[in-house]
Design a protein around this ligand. Structure first.
Ligand SMILES: Cc1cc2nc3c(=O)[nH]c(=O)nc-3n(C[C@H](O)[C@H](O)[C@H](O)COP(=O)(O)OP(=O)(O)OC[C@H]3O[C@@H](n4cnc5c(N)ncnc54)[C@H](O)[C@@H]3O)c2cc1C
Length: 635
């Protein structure tokens, strides 16, 4: 079949919403104000973008996440262009007590903690380069089948809230979040009869085949349906079923130490004696949590990950006699738009009138009013579409209390002055925007390479194909997207989850671009490069093709059934987390994120990067620490 015919068959010419950017200006999509996009863009250029009618980023589809326009100036800095290449920054004349760079959960939490510790008086400005607040914690809205469907652009769930620090728990409580409500709100029975399938693609395994019953059917029976040789089938079934101590003669502590120092791929081949031909089945199991394949993740980390919620079960550990892993809380603490709700609740608390309502229920369907975020007389202002390019103490850190912040907005350089500053932005960018930091600190910050990943969401006309197949998860070890899942079944407030298969549904698809064979930080750099070179149309083609190949047998028709696509491209995704196979065993005071986050004069450093762990609670804790350091330096 010709490429053109296949594209038509997949619906590449179908009218779905692909609204992202017009001339670098975010435009409103659908929603209550449903303005004409071109008109909205023209108005946006005339006035403040965010005040334009129809400005509502959560409803934008197409390429989102680190969307076009967010990295232009940052990449110019990286490439050596001076921050003031466009001339002197126009002084806005604005002065603040605190300027926060980065409007993610850490930046918003920093503004919250600062205001709390300093009373209601301080004037605060939050600057962010995206068209929406929340950082990774973004909201995706679709309209399909005459209803609103919610989903998350990045940060998915409140994971293990019982393990949150008192500070992070306290913040959730102050915002009105009661995590125990999810035991009712999350419908754990809806998918109970649906299981996991594996999709074997022809490029990797020689033939396209969807095999249902993964992790539920006895392995030999399940694998008998897969396009694998008899030998490979036997090998995979063996490691899943035999209970062998592959590390005989070692104590439990020695076993754990050993597992921490070998890759999972090596463990399978060298210790479990798995035939190397069987490795492609497992290769991408680690993508979701670690953003690299099993050759770059330690066996110990896979052991710790256990049978995670996404159906990737790591064999080889059951016969080792290791202690039972601590039982995790269920993975149910999920708002319909993920942790974007936390960001929205923070904004509600910081900027009265920006997010209407008062409770964790009404926030879910509340429509944020972006025109309110940056009001002249407000004590807290949130300025979007603003990339900070330079941060400097006005007269050196010791001589002055003031910090000058320059940023680019709508192509123009502007500056504000502040008494104190929290950099809650990507830590790896700080050396470029704050060159006055000590060299050693800049070197440490530059080490913290973030991992790229893509959270694709597809609005479907209905989910009958999944019902027919009896699955809600699909693991695709060689697929363009390696994992696909029906959305989390959760209803909060007025928002009711589509629980009937005839209803429209949001589908989650995960892609983690990486380059096996390189060290993880280089894999992330290569993956990021790949992302930046992949246009939305290429993603769309892959998405439609993969869905057609996985679900076509159950009546799915990509041209008919896809109602909208949002590709959340996180070129700078998960925070750097040390990898026992590649990173030195640093002493506490030498850890690059510890060296990197040191307060410098009136500038403190937050973001989950500063805690070297990609979790919401870490972003909150780091914000609290940074604000505490500023307070300490004042006293
Ligand atoms: C895809 C994905 C899924 C995740 N899922 C979960 C999950 O389920 N549970 C969980 O607990 N954690 C999850 N995490 C991790 C979690 O999102 C983060 O730990 C947390 O939200 C990070 O918040 P942050 O404010 O530290 O950083 P960010 O969210 O990255 O916010 C920083 C902001 O600063 C902006 N910025 C950077 N440079 C500049 C500049 N020069 N000028 C202006 N602005 C700038 C950035 O663009 C960004 O908007 C996930 C992360 C990703 C990427």
């Amino acid at each position: 079949m010709s490429e053109e015919k296949r594209s038509r068959e997949l619906g590449m010419d179908c009218a779905i919403t692909r609204r992202d950017f017009l001339n670098g200006v975010a435009i409103g999509a659908g929603g209550l104000l449903a303005a004409d996009p071109v008109l909205a863009a023209l108005i946006a250029q005339e006035t403040s973008q965010e005040k334009a009618p129809g400005y509502y980023p959560p409803a934008l589809t197409g390429m989102r996440g680190n969307h076009d326009g967010t990295f232009t100036y940052a990449h110019q800095l990286r490439d050596g262009k001076p921050w003031d290449a466009a001339g002197a920054a126009a002084k806005t004349g604005e002065t603040y007590d605190l300027v926060v760079v980065g409007g993610g959960i850490s930046g918003l939490a920093a503004a919250h903690f600062y205001r709390k510790s300093a009373g209601k008086g301080p004037r605060i400005l939050v600057l962010d380069n995206h068209d929406d607040f929340g950082g990774h914690a973004k909201r995706n809205e679709f309209r399909a089948g005459g209803r609103m469907l919610l989903s998350y652009g990045g940060t998915q769930s409140i994971e293990s809230p019982g393990k949150y620090s008192d500070v992070a728990k306290g913040l959730l409580t102050e915002l009105g979040i009661q995590t125990d409500r999810f035991y009712k709100a999350y419908d754990r029975s809806l998918y109970s009869k649906l299981g996991t399938a594996a999709f074997f693609d022809k490029e990797t395994f020689g033939a396209d085949r969807l095999v249902t019953g993964m992790n539920a059917t006895p392995w030999p029976e399940f694998l008998a349906q897969a396009p694998l040789s008899d030998g490979v089938r036997r090998e995979i079934a063996r490691v899943y079923t035999e209970r062998v101590d592959y590390l005989p003669g070692l104590s439990k502590e020695e076993k754990l130490a050993k597992l921490g120092k070998i890759s999972y791929a090596d463990y399978l081949v060298k210790y479990c004696k798995l035939a190397p031909e069987a490795l492609p089945f497992f290769q991408t199991f680690t993508h979701d949590l670690f953003c690299v394949g099993i050759e770059a993740v330690s066996a110990g980390a896979c052991y710790e990950a256990g049978d995670d919620y996404q159906s990737f079960t790591y064999p080889g550990f059951d016969g080792l006699g290791l202690p039972e892993r601590e039982k995790e809380e269920p993975y149910i603490f999920h708002f319909p738009d993920g942790n974007a709700t936390i960001a929205r609740l923070l904004v509600r608390a910081l900027v009265p009138g920006a997010v209407p309502g008062q409770t964790m229920d009404d926030v879910v369907t509340a429509r944020a009013d972006y025109s309110n975020l940056d009001e002249e007389n407000a004590t807290v202002r949130i300025r979007l579409n603003s990339t900070v390019v330079h941060v400097q103490h006005a007269k050196g850190p010791k001589a002055s209390k003031e910090v000058e912040i320059a940023y680019v907005r709508s192509g123009k350089l502007a500056s504000v002055q502040t008494k104190e500053c929290v950099l809650a932005c990507y830590n790896g960018m700080i050396p470029y925007i704050c060159p006055e930091l000590p060299e050693k600190q800049k070197e440490a910050l530059a080490y913290l390479v973030k991992a790229p990943l893509v959270y694709t969401h597809v609005a479907l006309r209905n989910w009958t194909a999944f019902q027919k197949l009896g699955v809600h998860h699909i693991v695709a070890p060689g697929g363009y997207h390696t994992y696909t899942a029906l959305d989390f079944p959760v209803s909060v407030g007025q928002y009711q989850f589509p629980s009937n298969p005839e209803e429209p549904m949001v589908l989650f698809m995960l892609r983690t671009p990486c380059r096996p064979g390189l060290a993880p930080r280089d894999q992330h750099r290569a993956g990021r490069m790949e992302l930046m070179q992949t246009p939305f149309a290429a993603f769309e083609r892959h998405i439609r093709d993969q869905l057609a190949r996985m679900l076509g047998g159950a009546g799915f028709d990509a041209a008919r059934d896809v109602e909208g696509i949002t590709v959340n491209r996180w070129a700078h995704g998960y925070a750097f987390t040390p990898n026992a196979l590649f990173d030195p065993d640093w002493k506490e005071e030498e850890k690059p994120w510890v060296v990197g986050r040191k307060r410098f004069g009136n500038i403190a450093i937050a973001n989950s990067d500063a805690g070297a762990d990609a979790y919401t609670n870490v972003a909150i804790d780091q914000a609290h620490r940074a604000v505490g350091e500023l307070a300490e330096s004042r006293s």
